[in-house]
Design a protein around this ligand. Structure first.
Ligand code: ADP
Length: 401
């Protein structure tokens, strides 16, 4: 599903014509060394540098996600691109034009927020048509019908928005923001107010809608699954800076730093030197990572003895370095697999992301290891029991130390 070449995207639904200006743009969004600062509330409050020199490009038709923990500057960057926050330094260009001094409503950008903020006194069609009031009636009706189809609400024109579910409201908000064919759509956590299951479904539909309309978009989220579902490329932000920009699979396979890997959910970091003698082959570590760390992903550990621990060389680790002895803390059955939480002393594990202040003793980390389906059915993972834990190289990456 993840496609890295925006020109190779398939149109998932309805042949919504790509707006002519997209083809003529040549260049999409260019953000160069942008800084956003906020003054303190009083003279004694320090100024906050929310965005500390960010450079990014978004190609026409591309969807870029800004991903990072709360407070890292995602919304500030998005708002600066929209023209809602002043840019303290750097430039924002679109289609080659410098947007300094161009007000929000003259940028031709669309905005969508966590709460769609629909007009309660208008029906669904009235909300979707809000930004295209100057378009002739018949054409406007056609556009509303087309967009309701794109967002999965065909036939909802006359529904009162007050009768819609949260997910349906966000679909209407999306249709409304797409109606004027924005040359760039800026989405700020548009799915965050919805519950998990709905969010996953809507993320897929959002991607399909952006593809169907050929919309260039920047999508802010703190949820990596959501970012990976919706975006062609993901920019990982931390403390006002961009740490890495890459297509989802590449980001996952080759996180450029331990910080990026931690944010993606890699749970432990083992110095490669400590794994020496365990047949490390150096197949595809990150170029900077020859003396680095093996980052153990959420699927990078197995409760050993289970059938599908691969012995194949992936990410530079050939054989199973292990097994180690661990102590079962508990287990849950999720998404078709048993996840066993284990306290285990991994090499060099003091201070790993998964350690929780000495849980289980010095040098011991609390990690999650997968049990194979067969083993999951057969074995009761009794807290306190000892088990063997092994690496599954397919779930690991190599990052710089
Ligand atoms: P994110 O979207 O990643 O959660 P924000 O861009 O909202 O991050 O915030 C980045 C930093 O800027 C935070 O430290 C936040 O407290 C601060 N900040 C955001 N908006 C304002 C504001 N209007 N005034 C002062 N500080 C702000």
């Amino acid at each position: 599903m993840v496609q890295t070449d925006p020109t190779a995207r398939t149109v998932a639904q309805g042949p919504a014509p790509r707006p002519a200006q997209h083809a003529a743009d040549g260049a999409g969004l260019e953000v160069r060394d942008v800084v956003v600062r906020y003054d303190g509330a009083s003279r004694r409050d320090p100024r906050t540098t929310a965005v500390a020199g960010v450079s990014l490009d978004v190609a026409p038709g591309e969807v870029l996600a800004l991903l990072g923990p709360s407070g890292c500057g995602k919304s500030s960057l998005l708002r600066a691109v929209a023209g809602l926050e002043p840019v303290a330094a750097g430039t924002v260009r679109f289609a080659g034009d410098d947007l300094a001094g161009v007000p929000v409503h003259r940028r031709g950008f669309g905005l969508m927020f966590q709460e769609g903020q629909l007009f309660p006194h208008r029906d669904v069609a009235g909300n979707v048509a809000y930004g295209i009031a100057d378009v002739p009636r018949a054409e406007r009706d056609d556009r509303v019908r087309e967009l309701l189809g794109v967002v999965g609400l065909a036939g909802y024109e006359r529904r009162a928005v007050t009768t819609l579910s949260g997910g349906e409201r966000q679909r209407v908000a999306l249709a409304r923001s797409l109606a004027p064919r924005p040359r760039l759509l800026l989405l700020d956590e548009p799915l965050s107010a919805l519950d998990r299951g709905l969010r996953e479904r809507l993320a897929l539909d959002l991607r399909a809608a952006l593809q169907a309309t050929g919309t260039t978009a920047v999508f802010v989220t703190h949820d990596h699954d959501e970012a990976f579902t919706v975006a062609d490329r993901v920019a990982v932000m931390d403390a006002g800076r961009v740490l890495q920009v890459a297509p989802p699979e590449e980001l996952w396979r080759e996180p450029s730093s331990r910080r990026v890997a931690e944010f993606l959910g890699y749970q432990a970091f083992l110095p490669l030197s400590d794994l020496a003698g365990r047949e490390l082959t150096g197949v595809s570590p990150h170029p900077d990572a020859r003396d680095g760390m093996l980052a153990v992903g959420p699927r990078g550990l197995r409760v050993a003895g289970t059938p599908d621990v691969s012995g194949s060389p992936v990410h530079g680790v050939a054989a199973r370095p292990g097994p180690w002895r661990g102590t079962v803390v508990g287990s849950v059955f999720r998404r078709g697999a048993t996840e066993v939480t284990v306290d285990v002393a991994l090499p060099g594990s003091a201070g790993s992301a998964g350690s929780a202040g000495g849980v289980g003793g010095a040098g011991t980390v609390r990690v999650v290891a997968l049990a194979g389906r067969e083993a999951g059915e057969a074995i009761a993972w009794v807290p306190g029991h000892e088990v063997d834990v092994a690496l599954d190289p397919a779930g690991c990456a190599v990052v710089p130390a």
